[in-house]
Design a binder for this molecule. Structure first.
Ligand SMILES: Nc1ncnc2c1ncn2[C@@H]1O[C@H](COP(=O)(O)OP(=O)(O)O)[C@@H](O)[C@H]1O
Ligand SMILES: [Mg+2]
Length: 267
């Protein structure tokens, strides 16, 4: 479904700030994959997602979606089939608009040009979908989104994304800014939606337990490279200890990231 071929990303080339964020990365995302991505700060995880969503074109290499070369396609074009959620709960929704208006905007996007309006039936539909989140949001259609908690807002962002019927969803530490309880709620919702809507997903997390627990495939990144790509039984058999050991075998140094190593399984 997605193919990155020999992708290198260099920021500020030829200056003192030159920084190679990705080094000759080749990888495929298969339809139905739910990939977790782990790695220390600055490993290149967000850059990988930015190249898939088209935030910027790669310095070298190509990106294909369903065998179409999209390397030079801008982000807004790819947004028609790629949904993205970031760490900051404020980014996915418009805080100064009501829940129903926010939902209407994404819903229209899913219908690609069809003219539909916010009527009684639409509101009933939104209410049903919100009720399904189990956060009491079904009674708050006319509230501004700015009044919601971070967890409610990420859940709404997730629901809206699903309504727009993306082929691929990219989650960049989308629960990292939430308290443990809400992070868990949003994570559970994520897995539920991924399986219910048969989505293809990539989820960056700094929590090794989550990276191991969720998805069918795990990528570990370090210094701009994908150093580990496991799926199936091998993925199911992973533990935090095994992952740390593997890192040492591959890199001949210790995995260093307190943020990643010290995360609680429930965080
Ligand atoms: N827009 C940018 N301009 C310059 N450097 C960047 C930019 N985005 C990322 N980088 C650098 O690229 C490297 C990889 O960053 P990133 O992909 O954000 O890492 P991660 O998400 O794994 O923490 C880091 O060294 C970061 O500072
Ligand atoms: Mg990042």
């Amino acid at each position: 479904m997605i193919r990155l071929q020999s992708v290198t990303q260099v920021f500020n080339p030829g200056t003192v700030n030159e920084n190679t964020a990705l080094r000759n990365v080749t990888m495929k995302v298969r339809e139905g994959d739910f990939i977790t991505v782990i790695g220390s700060n600055g490993a290149g995880k967000s850059t990988l997602l930015n190249l898939i969503s088209g935030t910027y074109p790669p310095t070298v290499g190509s990106v294909h979606v369903n065998d179409v070369d999209v390397t030079r396609h801008p982000e807004y074009k790819r947004a028609a089939y790629i949904g993205r959620i970031f760490q900051n709960p404020l980014l996915g929704t418009a805080g100064n608009m009501t829940l129903e208006d926010n939902m209407m905007i994404t819903y229209r996007k899913g219908f690609k040009g069809l003219r539909i309006s916010l009527n009684h039936r639409m509101r009933d539909f939104f209410r049903t979908r919100l009720k399904d989140l189990d956060m009491g949001l079904e009674n708050r259609l006319k509230d501004n989104v700015g009044l919601l908690s971070g967890g409610q807002r990420q859940a709404l962002t997730l629901l809206m994304m699903v309504l727009s019927e993306p082929e691929l969803i990219l989650l960049d530490e989308h629960t990292a800014a939430l308290d443990p309880k809400n992070a868990q709620i949003v994570l559970d919702l994520t897995t539920r939606f991924v399986s219910e809507y048969r989505l293809t997903a990539m989820m960056i997390t700094h929590n090794m337990h989550h990276a191991i627990q969720y998805g069918n495939r795990l990528l570990m990144m370090d210094n701009g490279e994908i150093i580990l790509d496991v799926d199936g039984d091998e993925k199911r058999a992973l533990t935090v200890d095994k992952l740390v050991k593997k890192f040492h075998e591959i890199r001949h140094r210790d995995f260093e990231s307190d943020e990643v190593l010290l995360t609680d399984p429930n965080e």
